[in-house]
Write a protein that binds this ligand. Structure first.
Ligand SMILES: [Zn+2]
Length: 104
């Protein structure tokens, strides 16, 4: 049940990435996109790829989603996340943590 729900989200994401959107978006994926946009990263392919992978990881790895704030920022700047987009990405990280708790 949870897996198929996630597949649905992922499929919608791919559709949008292929330029077939905009289509109406719901649930976690809509929030994911909103938070990415608010962080100023909606046009950043590196960050979008990271968000997709993080969503996949959070939804499927069976553990609570954690993030290392001293890891490289997902925007690709090379700076540590804590000193780059961490503040802007915090709502997204929280969403991923909530998702990891509800789907695992
Ligand atoms: Zn950054």
């Amino acid at each position: 049940m949870e897996a198929s729900h996630f597949d649905h989200l992922k499929k919608r994401r791919v559709t949008a990435a292929n330029g077939l959107g905009p289509d109406e978006r719901h649930g976690a994926l809509a929030k994911l996109d909103l938070f990415i946009e608010r962080a100023g990263l909606a046009q950043n392919e590196v960050a979008l790829k990271w968000a997709d992978e993080a969503l996949n990881f959070a939804a499927t790895n069976g553990k609570h989603f954690e993030i290392d704030v001293y890891s490289p920022c997902p925007c690709g700047s090379g700076d540590k996340m804590k000193f780059c987009h961490f503040h802007g990405l915090r709502p997204l990280i929280k969403l991923l943590q909530e998702l990891s708790l509800t789907t695992n």
